[in-house]
Design a protein around this ligand. Sequence first.
Ligand code: PMP
Length: 360
Amino acid sequence: MTRVHNFSAGPSALPLVALERARDEMLDYAGSGMSIMEQSHRAAVYEGVHDEALALIRELMSVPDTHDILLLQGGASQQFAQVPMNLLHPGQSADYVVTGVWGKKAIKEAKLVGQARVAASTEESDGKFFRVPSQDEIKLDAQAAFFHVTTNNTVMGTQFSHVPESPGVPVVLDASSDIMGRPLDVAKYGLIYAGAQKNLGPSGITVVIIDKQLIETGRRDIPYFFQYRTHAEAKSLSNTIPTFGVYMLRNVMLWLKELGGVSAIYKINQEKAARLYRVLEERSDLYQLKVEKESRSIMNVTWNLATAEAEKACVAAATKAGLIGLKGHRIVGGLRASIYNAVPLSSVDALCEFLGNYRP
Ligand code: PMP
């Protein structure tokens, strides 16, 4: 068996030990005579996994008692809609910092629900985003129902080094592509959401960490199933959850805990990003880094070559060398290496070696 170096943007690489455990337990989970997928989501066997997954998220992110952790479906995209459905009351307006395609989609959904305002945007005339704004550039509405920020922009490869603030207003984070990639003070945020398929596990689960007060004051005039309180009250077992996804997430969380948690992986992530940016800078004859230095992401590294043909050839050569998933997002082109938590330093080193020696 040969495992490739996987730089896919999501779904993305999973820790080998999490996959091996799933392989070993596939046919008979914990002596139950069946796989975890075949258990009832109400059975004690599954409930043990479910509770452990929630407890591990709480432990790894130091989620305070003031916040609930929900495991939902529909991806981060559903949260684009569900956040304003719950938190944007009639007559209120919400603030959005638009730093990429996902932020644009988020505000589009909010505008269907009520009023939403661009508090800052770094969009260029060609629709691309090469930086995140400074706090000074953001025009805050002190009365806003919430203040929405995308912490890491998966497509462009930008990331806030300091998450912006809006004093007195609940801050909502789309942390899909950097959750648990670096420490975050959960207590400061009203709501944090993330699709699992980058740093947490397989696709199919969305983690929502929400201040209990926002659950309490959330709208009651929307369908029950979309109300956060429905899922908080049912411990995220209001209906049939993707049980295998939760099980895999649990395995990934155990791996992260064993490794030393979020602060330990953050150090490794910084090192991975530093090595990759260094090689790209050293070979400026060939590679162009377009994102402003202060806005560079440590999760998604993007770069260009002189032409689309040259980029295609580079991706093809990399693929041949076992370096997979480097084609940039279709909206922006170029190349992108997603170096999420589960991408080991050895994969980044293999990529650095390839890029350093590449001759078109
Ligand atoms: N937000 C961000 C920052 C993302 O990267 C993505 C997916 N790549 C989404 C939202 C949408 O996530 P999903 O596909 O889970 O709906």
